[in-house]
Design a binder for this molecule. Structure first.
Ligand code: 13P
Length: 249
């Protein structure tokens, strides 16, 4: 069975004490019988502390990093520093980084390769803006995102990655994709993986949905055959809501 995953992307929220409290609350109340692999992506300043906290089942990742070992890149955090912090996963290709920080297909490909070199798990995000959906071009748009920055990996390597489909029009808007829209895109992503690699590889890769996923709609979304969990923004900042989502399979 594919890994079921619930990942919280905290984005640029929370002060240090709030982050600690949220993390400790989630850690201590996680249902031991839940089948979800639980991950959180805190702001980088909190990562080292959370990644090294004892007796937590939660996987810690970073929201961003720079794909170089070290050097004169003021303000950036290197891939090697991410590894050293104890984080084990990275988000790559989030629409906020594509849109506000001009991260291109080529740059995202470099980030993917750099994370793989350091044996960090890649959660690769894709998803179309509203105008693309209104033009009915979301399939070719998302396929291009995957082909340009992820599908150069060989089969053994891509198997270790996770894909997150996050339609931009659903992020932070309260407007969730319908079950049909989510399942259609997730099934298409799996089909492209089958075309490019093979069905064994395609069937083994977890594909998460993100975009206004919350405690009320997670169950329905996660019941789609090709939706293997969620990448959660706003609702991940509320311990009770996030815990409920981890039990929504
Ligand atoms: P929301 O859940 O706040 O819509 O954010 C989704 C997201 O961008 C997760 O990466």
């Amino acid at each position: 069975m594919r890994k079921k995953i619930v990942a919280g992307n905290w984005k640029m929220n929370l002060m240090n004490q709030e982050a600690l409290l949220l993390f400790n609350t989630i850690s201590s109340k996680l249902d031991k019988d839940s089948i979800a692999n639980v991950m959180v992506f805190p702001p980088s300043l909190f990562v080292h502390q959370l990644a090294n906290s004892e007796n937590s089942e939660i996987t810690i990742g970073v929201q961003n990093f720079y794909p170089k070992d070290k050097g004169a890149f003021t303000g950036e955090i290197s891939v090697s520093q991410v590894k050293d912090s104890g984080a084990t996963s990275v988000l790559i290709g989030h629409s906020e980084r594509r849109a506000y920080f001009n991260e291109t297909h080529q740059f995202l490909k470099e980030k993917v390769d750099s994370a793989i070199d350091y044996e960090l798990e890649v959660i690769f995000c894709c998803g179309e803006p509203l105008e693309i959906r209104e033009n009915n071009s979301e399939m070719s748009y998302v396929k291009k995102q995957l082909e340009a920055s992820l599908f150069h990996l060989d089969g053994d390597t891509i198997k270790k990655c996770v894909i997150a489909y996050e339609p931009v029009w659903a992020i932070g808007t309260g407007k969730t994709a319908t079950i049909a829209q989510a399942e259609e895109m997730h099934a298409a992503i799996r089909f492209w993986l089958t075309e490019k690699y093979n069905s064994e590889i395609a069937e083994s890769i977890s594909i998460l949905y993100g975009g206004s996923c919350n405690a009320s709609n997670a169950n329905e979304l996660f019941s789609c055959p090709n939706v293997d969990g969620g990448l959660i923004g706003g609702a991940a900042l509320d311990a009770e809501a996030f815990l409920q989502i981890t039990n929504s399979f």
